[in-house]
Design a protein around this ligand. Structure first.
Ligand code: SPD
Length: 283
């Protein structure tokens, strides 16, 4: 771990050279090495608990809702009746928590390769780990590509909640991976992934859009504002076999709308509108 100042966590990474986000922390609660990665958990001064994998921030309690809501509700509200949903990665449980808000969903599978991430979330981040408590959730500790071999044409929506394309997350950004995932979707299915920042990682986003263009008749990138990811933004890439992901076909009911802090029907549509220079991701 690299620290610029004592008592501060600083996120330095070759994927965003020359720029680092730093958060002041009160306690360093977890520092362990799993079979796959280094897992750290901090109690920060201002952003609640913070989960860090291989020195990269995965979430803070203060702003995780922005990412988890958009990663989940953009694909799910674009589908008229999602019943079977798969989450790849997402060991903190936040995406599960959001999927569970859709009453039409009958089965929620999660395939997380690193059980230790789930254990740390369950012990220290109950606000996201609550997602594991929904009775529709089945936890699978496995490699996503292996897991879906038994579930061909089964899912309405697949959400790939990965870390960055360095280390264990790298395989989740390849054409091979998305071709395999596509076989697990029903003929009108939708896939959503963690698609990085159109501002800082233009080439990565462009490469994801190129893969999605080759595999799906409908595709796009929805931007998400979030202070604790590099550059203050990230995005979700959408690939759809039938439905227009830019226009939701369902809306949150009154009870769900009250629980949401970021997602609205308007935000869903607006997230696909990028600044002029950002349109380069589609070239
Ligand atoms: N640059 C970090 C991107 C992390 C995306 N995954 C976050 C997992 C939250 N459920």
């Amino acid at each position: 771990m690299t620290k610029i100042l004592s008592g501060w966590f600083s996120e330095l990474c070759d994927m965003w050279p020359g720029i680092a986000l730093s958060l002041k922390y009160k306690k360093h609660l977890v520092n362990k090495q799993s079979k796959f990665q280094k897992i750290d958990l901090y109690e920060t001064e201002n952003f609640g608990k913070m989960l860090v994998l291989d020195d990269i921030i995965q979430l803070t309690e203060q702003d995780e809702f922005a990412y988890q809501e958009m990663m989940t509700h953009v694909p799910l509200f674009s589908h008229p009746n999602p019943e079977n949903v798969l989450v790849i990665g997402g060991g903190d449980g936040g995406i599960l928590r959001e999927v569970a808000k859709h009453k039409c969903v009958k089965n929620i599978d999660i395939c997380e390769i690193d059980e230790e991430v789930i254990n740390v979330a369950r012990e220290f981040i109950p606000s996201t780990a609550i997602g594991f408590e929904d009775e529709r959730v089945t936890i699978n500790i496995a490699d996503g590509s292996e897991f879906i071999k038994e579930r061909q044409k089964f899912y309405d929506v697949i959400i790939v909640d990965s870390s960055d394309p360095i280390g264990p997350g790298e395989a989740l950004f390849t054409k091979e991976f998305y071709s395999t995932m596509k076989t697990a979707l029903k003929c009108d299915g939708i896939i959503a992934n963690q698609a990085e920042s159109f501002f800082l990682h233009t080439d990565v986003v462009k490469s994801i859009m190129t893969i999605f263009r080759q595999l799906f008749p409908i595709f796009g990138y929805a931007a998400i504002f979030i202070p604790t990811y590099p550059g203050g933004n990230i995005g979700t890439g959408l690939g759809s076999l039938k439905y227009d992901v830019r226009k939701p076909c369902r809306t949150p009911d009154e009870e769900t709308a009250k629980q949401l802090k970021y997602y609205t029907t308007e935000v869903h549509q607006a997230a696909f509108v990028l600044p002029k220079f950002g349109e380069v991701i589609y070239e």
